[in-house]
Design a protein around this ligand. Structure first.
Ligand code: ZN
Length: 242
């Protein structure tokens, strides 16, 4: 079975469409989404509608919970809070209802999935060795997925040793030995200095993971951010993948 794993779309419709087009060129059996469908970006309703249609499983992220009014925006940086307020105002009821039904963790086909981390499925960034080790120690599945940091990662725990790290576009990992913590990176707001939209292609039988990237029309998403008078920094960062 092959699975496409997407995460952190952040209302970037053009990035999502480009990723789905690339995925559809060789369709997987399943598509899993690790959350943060909305927040930051200009097209929250369209993104939620597409993910509702296409994903077999979807988690809820901190930005989705913010759009539902379920977390305090004081915990957000200013640009995130401004976009969360805007998203709250424009999100349609049916899309709100869909997000409200989701959980931030899941276990499926022998994999464990978290929006952020096993220790804190909503907020923790797994970007240190300690956090990666903790995530693998709190889980049992051979393959554990996290999103949230917008950094593509492949980290292995083998014979008590932690290895791996950032996973650039085009890289592959053989996950047949040891246990693995994987982050597909972000569809809609990559932060590893590669502005291309990111996702993972996982082959559960071959136990192979491919870190995929695709270009998308960044300038269209930037124009939409500006039309909606969302913070300029949210448009600018997309060009640089930060
Ligand atoms: Zn996110």
């Amino acid at each position: 079975m092959r699975v496409a794993v997407i995460s952190d779309i952040h209302a970037n419709l053009h990035a999502l469409e480009s990723v789905l087009e690339a995925i559809d060129a060789d369709p997987p059996d399943r598509t899993w989404c690790l959350g943060d469908l909305v927040g930051y970006g200009p097209r929250p309703n369209e993104v939620v509608e597409i993910v509702r249609e296409q994903a077999d499983l979807c988690l809820v992220g901190n930005h989705d919970l913010a759009a539902l009014g379920r977390i305090d925006l004081d915990d957000f940086a200013l640009d995130a809070a401004v976009s969360a307020h805007w998203t709250q105002a424009v999100l349609l009821d049916e899309n709100r209802d869909f997000l409200a039904r989701l959980s931030s963790t899941a276990e499926v086909d022998g994999a464990q999935l978290f929006h952020a981390s096993p220790r804190d499925p909503v907020w923790e960034y797994v970007i240190t060795e300690e956090a990666a080790r903790d995530a693998l120690e709190r889980t049992e599945a051979p393959v554990v997925f996290v999103g949230h940091s917008h950094l593509a990662l492949a980290i292995a725990l083998l014979d008590g040793q932690l290895g791996g790290g950032l996973a650039p576009g085009g890289s592959e990992a053989d996950v047949s030995e040891g246990r693995w913590l994987l982050n597909p990176g972000s569809v809609g707001q990559p932060r590893d200095s590669d502005p291309r939209a990111a996702w993972i292609d996982l082959d559960l039988e071959a136990r192979k993971v491919q870190f995929r990237r695709v270009t998308y029309p960044v300038e269209r998403t930037q124009a939409e951010i500006r039309e909606r008078e969302l913070p300029e920094a949210l448009a600018e960062r997309l060009a640089h993948g930060v």
